[in-house]
Design a protein around this ligand. Structure first.
Ligand code: SF4
Length: 384
């Protein structure tokens, strides 16, 4: 059995070619004519099926009424629509909803829907909404971002992250990545996708690239390349390969301004230091009016000084970018502290005064543990 969500549209079309082949061969004027018609018909069928699943959210082959009976029977036997059960779903007062999915091997991963109201987007002109999605009752949101996972656990070991502390269990398969988006898309008109949940997406590069192709497919989930963002802790060769192979948006989890500081909280920096990372960012192919996002988790008393703000300004000079400042969300057992409001504001002011776009991203859904890895850890602890 093949999982439907693991297939690109052209892979599905290839699988569909043998169905009804004999009939076309009988009717065709030549073998070349037959091959052409078989390929055309398979492409058309694949497109229809993509529409049924990804745009009409139909998960029963029998309900796809414009497909032939023969094709529906073939689909039942050969292709499975993957629907991971929701183990936990929690909603915060600010509208954030966090999901924990159970995978077929009983492992769990998390995804979050983060709604953003129009007033919160005023500063963020690049991401002005195209839609006014409705989600969770009567509230109107200007952006609904789905934050998805790419691995079970993570090997990167970032010190401020609970997933990092747990280590890597395994990569997610393409269908497990796509299913997170599809299941949430059924519930809400998502506008943006960020690979910022559990795992380092570029450590699972092949599956993340293929999943992104399905997310961007106009007959599939149909997200624009501006609205799908891969966030990395800084795997430099993979950043270069990502840029060569697919046109989507890039975010860098930077979080420090000296190598000493960054290596302390992000071991990946030992292999690729800030200079190498910035060189990869400068080379990353960006379309017109597109920018790299730098994520900067502000850790109280560690990386939130004005000297840090000055060094950050120097590092990113000349790179089309915006900076998301994320005050650390303190959790039990963490050695790092939440920064004071005053330091956060002063840090942002320094960047803005030096001509940069810097936004403070309030931790969403703190009461449902929205920070990376936290909900899963809690569930794990409870089940021990
Ligand atoms: S912050 Fe991201 S890259 Fe770092 S350990 Fe956590 S999941 Fe991995």
């Amino acid at each position: 059995m093949i999982y439907f969500q693991s297939l690109t549209q052209s892979e599905l079309a290839d699988l569909l070619r043998p169905i009804g082949r004999a009939k076309i061969e009988r009717q065709a004027v030549s073998p070349e004519d037959a091959e052409k018609k078989i390929a055309q018909r398979a492409r058309y069928r694949a497109k229809q099926i993509f529409h049924w699943v990804y745009q009409r959210f139909t998960f029963d082959w029998d309900l796809m009424t414009d497909l032939s009976k023969e094709l529906r029977e073939w689909l039942k036997v050969n292709i499975e629509l993957y629907r991971p059960p929701v183990l936990e779903r929690r909603q915060a007062d600010d509208g954030t909803v966090k999901f924990v999915w159970e995978l077929t091997d009983s492992k769990t991963v998390e995804s979050v829907i983060i709604p953003v109201a129009a007033r919160e987007l005023e500063l963020d002109s690049e991401t002005q909404p195209e839609t006014q999605p409705r989600f969770q009752g009567d509230a109107e949101w200007s952006r609904l971002t789905a934050c998805i996972s790419s691995q079970v656990g993570c090997a990167m070991g970032c010190k401020f992250c609970l997933t990092g502390i747990q280590g890597l269990d395994r990569n997610l398969e393409v269908h497990e990545i796509i299913a997170q988006v599809l299941e949430m898309r059924v519930l809400a008109p998502l506008t943006n996708i960020v690979f910022m949940g559990m795992g380092e997406p570029l450590h699972n590069l092949e599956n993340v690239i293929k999943a992104s192709q399905i997310l961007l497919d106009q007959d599939g989930l149909n997200f624009s390349k501006r609205k799908v963002t891969v966030s990395t802790s800084g795997l430099v060769p993979a950043i270069e390969e990502l840029g060569r192979r697919i046109d989507i948006s890039l975010a860098i989890s930077l979080n420090a301004t000296t190598d000493e500081q960054r290596t302390e909280i992000m071991p990946v920096n030992k292999k690729w230091n800030i200079e190498a990372l910035m060189a990869a960012c400068r080379k990353f192919p960006l379309g017109s009016h597109r920018r790299i996002t730098f994520e900067y988790v502000l850790l109280g008393g560690f990386n939130d000084s004005l000297e840090d703000a000055a060094r950050l300004t120097d590092w990113i000079r000349g790179i089309p970018c915006k900076i998301n400042l994320i005050p650390f969300n303190e959790h039990e057992g963490s050695v790092y502290r939440q920064p004071s409001e005053q330091r956060v504001t002063a840090f942002q002011k320094y960047l803005v005064d030096h001509g940069l776009t810097a936004l403070i991203r309030v931790s969403r859904g703190a009461e449902i543990l929205a920070a990376c890895g936290q909900l899963r850890s809690l569930l794990k602890l409870q089940s021990v």
